[in-house]
Design a protein around this ligand. Structure first.
Ligand code: BGC
Length: 371
């Protein structure tokens, strides 16, 4: 378990020791005390972003007069299925779901449709089911391009050194459709540099299924990085950069590199980006270790989901929908079902724009960043 996960698990243990606070704070349960009840399910509490997402959605809905049953699923699929079953039984008016495995909820989604409960797929696309009404997320392909662009900028691939630049690639969880967009976007940016020989992948490991990290587990990625370093990087072969789809993976990979002498004179740390703009990564960026991250403002995503719930329940027209980008593998009337989507923008964050993009916008405070 990496340090961040340990911290979050410890924080969770403290919270669980105070059930009264949790019961009142997170689970309104039942009918919602006369207010329309909305079910919100997040994949896990042990990652910074899903806590922020969950709370943003809950607070936003409560401000509009809704009651909220917010659940975190501990990255455990049966737990998530159970939570959704209970929400349907409790008569929620809308379900907002960030899945663990996007293809595992078919029965629950069918039951929700049968009960007349609209379903919003939150951040991660719910797959293989026509019973998904909307998708609210970021433009995940663009996020992937930004991950690739971070390496192009940081390693100056347009003005390359004489020697090929050695990269290793990491991808996200294979059961999360976002991993597909992130990978595709990044590879589309990097492929020309691989084709021209500017970039070399010493391990030869490029396929998404091979470089994927189940459940985004940073400890697993760290092990893979350790293996790659011991197997392919001896003598003069130095790792120059890492494609990372997720900040905790970036930090773990940097740890693996430090353990074999990177970050000392003559052997700089490889350049690595990331995603989510977590506090630990912004601190690392400010220290000059992680090079960059992609900020997906969870407050904006939460607000978009809240507005969508409210419009659905008020029968208002929903505008700005993308109706071409996200087929989810299901078919309706013999045609691929494309989930109507609201897609937000993301921002690359480096040391140069931390102040403007992260602190001035209040995403993280100076105090959180230890400044
Ligand atoms: C999200 C990322 C997140 C990852 C791991 C993805 O589906 O889009 O923001 O880093 O899951 O939780």
């Amino acid at each position: 378990m990496n340090v961040l996960k340990k911290f979050l698990v410890a924080a969770l243990a403290v919270c669980m020791a105070a059930p009264a606070v949790f019961a009142n704070g997170d689970q309104e349960g039942g009918s919602g005390g006369g207010k329309p009840l909305i079910g919100v399910v997040m994949p896990t509490r042990s990652e910074e972003r899903w806590n922020k997402d969950g709370n943003a959605v809950k607070e936003g809905l409560e401000k509009l007069g809704y009651a909220v049953d917010l659940q975190f699923s501990d990255d455990d699929i049966p737990t998530q299925l159970n939570q959704i079953d209970n929400m349907i039984t409790n008569g929620v008016k809308v379900l907002v779901i960030a899945s663990i495995d996007g293809s595992s909820l078919g029965t629950q989604l069918k039951n929700a449709r049968a009960a007349g409960i609209p379903v919003i797929s939150y951040d991660r696309l719910l797959m293989q089911s026509p019973n998904v009404d909307y998708y609210v997320s970021f433009d995940n392909y663009k996020v992937g391009r930004q991950m690739g662009q971070i390496l192009v900028n940081g390693l100056k691939l347009d003005n390359p050194p004489k020697k090929p630049v050695n990269l290793e690639l990491f991808a996200g969880s294979p059961d999360d459709n976002n991993s597909v967009g992130f990978y595709q976007g990044a590879i589309d940016v990097l492929q020309p540099y691989m084709n021209s020989g500017v970039v070399h992948i010493p391990s030869g490991q490029i396929e998404r299924t091979i470089i994927g990290t189940l459940r985004w587990d940073a400890a697993e990625a760290q092990k893979r990085m350790e293996n790659l370093l011991s197997r392919y990087y001896s003598g003069n072969v130095i790792l120059d950069g890492i494609l990372s789809p997720y900040d905790p993976i970036s930090l773990s990979c940097l740890e693996a590199c430090k353990a074999v002498g990177y970050g000392t004179a003559g052997k700089p740390l490889p350049l690595v980006g990331g995603q989510d703009c977590i506090v630990a990564s912004v601190k690392s960026i400010l220290r000059g270790e992680q090079y960059a991250t992609v900020l997906k403002d969870t407050r904006a995503l939460g607000a978009a989901a809240v507005e969508l719930v409210d419009k659905i329940l008020k029968g208002q027209t929903i505008t700005g929908l993308d109706t071409t980008s996200y087929p989810n593998g299901a078919t309706v009337n013999g045609r691929p079902y494309v989930v109507p989507s609201l897609l937000l923008d993301s921002v690359i964050v480096t040391k140069d724009n931390v102040q403007k993009a992260v602190i001035d916008t209040g995403y993280h405070t100076r105090a959180e960043l230890g400044l």
